[in-house]
Design a protein around this ligand. Structure first.
Ligand SMILES: O=c1nc2n(C[C@H](O)[C@H](O)[C@H](O)CO)c3cc(O)ccc3cc-2c(=O)[nH]1
Ligand SMILES: C[C@H]1O[C@@H](n2cnc3c(N)ncnc32)[C@H](O)[C@@H]1O
Ligand code: MET
Ligand code: SF4
Length: 430
């Protein structure tokens, strides 16, 4: 049981953070993460107030956003083996099911075209990390088509989607180097990678969920967050709540993202995602994060990140009632929602229908509003944040005043020649 005085001090620190932008210290953040009952209600009201203030100053008071997207699981092979993941698979299984090691370019374009017809504006590329390092079949598949690496193929697939459909790629391929981020920037207005957690023991210790997953070393992932800032890429990151991290580690993770964002200003969204146990995984017996603990994490993310960063929680991982509680805890965004494709990371959790989502958002006093893959501030300051070669694609889908999505269907559009291919100076062969 947290001492009353500690809670009072921490809530004062939260209000102080909300009023001045000062980061609360680690102890206070830990205490805030443990708030329950009336204390949690008070914390939520600080967080929601901060969100509302941010929306007012951004000129979109009362709007909660989402991105209408198609999910493109370019490959489900991966060199990592996270204990909570059902997305990952192996070559033999793909073969038995009649699937290739990767989606073919034509399959990618077909998905994006179907999405475009439904008004989707984002093509979310989520895939396993560098499968060619572990699976010869992956390297052979790429080589047979002239690609040197998975990221090389990601780039080609992004170009195909941009040029043949007009959808905007959001790249979520796992760990990337500074060179790779720089090389991919001309083909995607935004990218992302969950920090997951800064708890290194979950990576170093046998039996822990990130053991055997080199791309989940927090030191590597923190480096990626900084490199994305150096490369001026609007970047989505976040934490996975309930994978075995303790409250101190959760607090450290939130403070680490806030500190990096203070240096570079590139963190467009912080996803607070609740771990969901899946039947076929090593973590099948681990209980899902408890709701009040999850809500406290959402509210603290808001307090720590401040009024301007979109705090995002997916609407398909909780019930409709719990969605209302997420709004009360300070979220500003539901993330990507698809009228076409499932959430391949959480395939057992269907998306709410967009009308239902609009209705439950409205019941909380907010208007569900479509955005594009890059968050409005980055769209509006695109000279700084988005490659010039993407200006035509972005301007076709975003409102010049608000930076939000316009009500239209994407149309195919060529990239300038320099963006399509890669010059020898920017080409990297990982
Ligand atoms: O459907 C999903 N979308 C996920 N997204 C997509 C996200 O909802 C949107 O693509 C972004 O908000 C951009 O619009 C992620 C994006 C990232 O950059 C990093 C992690 C995720 C995680 C998920 C996920 O688990 N499921
Ligand atoms: C794409 C992102 O999805 C998240 N992710 C992966 N597996 C699960 C799960 N079982 N429950 C919730 N989120 C998960 C990770 O945070 C990953 O980075
Ligand atoms: C399906 S997981 C999402 C992308 C990447 N493999 C990561 O874990 O960061
Ligand atoms: S979560 Fe990402 S890195 Fe981990 S096994 Fe799944 S696909 Fe690979």
């Amino acid at each position: 049981m947290t001492a009353r005085s500690a809670v009072t001090t921490a809530l004062t620190a939260a209000r102080h953070a909300a009023a001045t932008g000062a980061l609360p210290d680690l102890d206070d953040v830990v205490t805030l993460l443990s708030c329950r009952g009336d204390d949690l209600v008070e914390l939520q009201s600080v967080a929601a107030g901060l969100r509302d203030e941010g929306l007012v100053s951004a000129g979109r008071a009362g709007r909660i956003t989402y991105s209408r997207k198609v999910f493109i699981p370019l490959t489900r092979l991966c060199r990592d083996r996270c204990h909570y993941c059902t997305f990952v698979t192996v070559p033999g299984k793909l073969r038995r099911e009649g699937h290739g090691m990767y989606l073919e370019l034509d399959q990618v374009v077909a998905l994006a075209q179907q999405g475009a017809a439904l008004g989707c504006k984002e093509a979310l590329f989520t895939l396993g990390d560098r499968p060619e390092d572990r699976w010869p079949e992956a390297g052979e598949w790429l080589a047979a088509r002239g690609y040197s690496s998975t990221l090389d193929y990601v780039r080609a697939a992004s170009v195909a989607v941009l040029e043949r459909t007009g959808l905007l790629p959001h790249l979520n391929p796992g760990v990337m180097s500074l060179d790779e981020l720089t090389w991919l920037r001309p083909v995607a207005p935004s990218m992302g990678m969950m920090l997951e957690t800064t708890a290194r023991r979950l990576f170093t210790d046998k039996g822990q969920p990130h053991h055997g997953s080199p791309d989940k070393d927090p030191l590597v992932r923190l480096r990626v967050l900084r490199d994305a800032g150096e490369a001026r890429v609007p970047f989505t990151t976040g934490i996975l709540v309930g994978i075995g991290e303790n409250l101190t580690e959760r607090a450290e993770s939130l403070l680490a993202m806030a500190e990096i964002h203070r240096t570079y200003g590139h963190i467009q969204e912080v996803i607070v995602q609740n771990f969901r146990a899946k039947p076929d995984t090593a973590m099948r017996g681990v209980p899902d994060a408890e709701m009040s603990e999850f809500l406290a994490a959402v509210a603290v993310a808001r307090v720590v990140m401040g009024p301007d960063v979109a705090i995002q929680a997916p609407p398909n991982l909780v019930s409709h009632e719990e969605c209302a509680a997420l709004i009360a805890s300070g979220i500003a965004d539901w993330g990507g929602v698809s009228p076409l494709t499932p959430d391949h990371v959480n395939p057992e959790r269907p998306w709410p229908n967009l009308d239902t989502l609009a209705e439950l958002t409205a019941r909380c006093g907010f208007t569900l509003t479509e955005r594009i893959t890059a968050e409005p501030p980055y769209v509006l300051d695109r000279g700084t944040w988005i490659d010039d070669g993407l200006a035509g694609h972005v301007e076709a889908l975003a409102d010049p005043v608000t930076g939000l999505a316009v009500d239209t269907r994407p149309v195919a559009r060529n990239l300038p020649v320099h963006g399509r291919s890669c010059t020898s100076s920017t080409r990297v062969t990982p």
